[in-house]
Design a protein around this ligand. Sequence first.
Ligand code: NAP
Ligand code: MG
Length: 487
Amino acid sequence: MSTHKILINGEWVESSSGKTFDSLNPATEKPLGIFQKGNREDVKSATDSAEDAFEKWSNYPAPKRGEILFKAYQLLKENKQRLGELVTKEMGKVLPEGLGDVQEAIDITAYMAAEGRRLFGHTTPSELPDKFCMTVRRPVGVVGLISPWNFPVAIPSWKILPALICGNTVVFKPASDTPLCAIEFVKIFEQAGLPDGVVNLVTGSGSDVGDEIVTNSKIRMVSFTGSREVGLEITKKAGLKKVGLELGGKNGIIIMDDADLELALDGVIWGGFGTTGQRCTAASRVIVHEKVKEKFLEMFVERTEKLNLGDGLNKGTDIGPLINDEAREKVEKYTQIGIDEGAKLLHGGRKIGGKGFFYQPTIFDDVTPGMRIAQEEIFGPTVSVIEVKNLSEAIEVMNSVKYGLSSSIYTKDVNKAFKAVEKIEAGLTYVNASTIGSEVHLPFGGVKDTGNGTREGGIHGVEEFSEVKTVYIDYSGKLQKAQIDDK
Ligand code: NAP
Ligand code: MG
């Protein structure tokens, strides 16, 4: 089994901790490699290297930075199959989703490469004569990126690509469950000709490597995707750094009495059990009109019974394992909580014996909106079904959680669809589609406890990873006073 290193200033080196850890394939529990358990010293070295590289990289014309990213785009396309299989092996999602994870990175790489010839600012008239006003984008500096394991290539790409095109240099800490995906992804940029020190990668724990990134004063910005709890901790510790937070969700699908139930069923299965429910946008609540609930539940259970659990590399597998045993224990604990709260377990609710962290897709009926299984993020294949009488009750239930990431409504009535778009408190609302399916050129993020108002994706990613400078050029040759002259 190979031992992998960390990347500092263009060199793959061992951690000064002398310690290592394994990453397991969650379907087989076989180790995939040995990784450096990085420490604070490693982050400091990585930060120094990023700081040294900043001057050169930020002075490189943005279209030239874009050319390196175009090369990375080509390499990613050539390596899509290999990387997609690696995502499935290390994270567990089924192969079509593993390939989709990589495709997302390919898409954002194309977008950000081209952004090198835009990075637009504004020009606007001045209130004074012989004066010119405009804005330009400047890089933030050294940025620290902390990512989760559920999209081990896509989520790092949503951060690294806009960071690079804007001229920042990077210290990147991937999740400890998926270090190999991160290493192989970063190697693509090395091959594409990214100068040494522009991207540095340190594997290791959140409490050491992550915390040092958050608190190191040379790092001007932290972009974090992960749990609400860690997000809150980061907010408290980061001081006056720029902080981007993409946190959890408790997303719902509303099914109205006029909905196409087959279509809604496809959306519920995909949203609830796709990625084994381990998406921040997973549909863990189904909010269904009383008139169609019985019929829908019958269809839902029947379809769920047919889903195949297994290794995501095998054709015909619908649902892969959970990421690790701890995650499976959490799902199991919530099954018991649901039963204790008086919800009716309609399907699943058990772990599968043998190798791999498998858990049956689980459906609860008779869930009331205040129950913990309807409020808390389980991050597993557990769907809570809540009955409602009309659209306004459905929207009230939808909005009754602390999160506000994704949402969906199935209806044929355009009035109801628009009312839902207007009233649902979420960063994303889908009509007649599931809660998942973001495209890289549109903003991604949520309201309420899902984050701190930042958005990733497209131009919003560029805004997040740059500072705006306002420039005034006075060519009058005299002192002109805004707000005072001629008033
Ligand atoms: P997590 O436990 O919060 O970990 C996320 C990352 O933070 C990991 O790299 C982790 O390192 C690191 N970390 C842990 N403690 C830290 C600390 N004290 N300081 C700095 N970094 C620290 O989340 P997860 O279990 O990996 O991911 C699942 C969560 O992410 C869910 O809540 C999900 O909804 C959310 N998520 C949100 C989005 C979104 O865009 N809104 C997308 C995907 C996932 P280690 O791995 O070493 O512990
Ligand atoms: Mg693993």
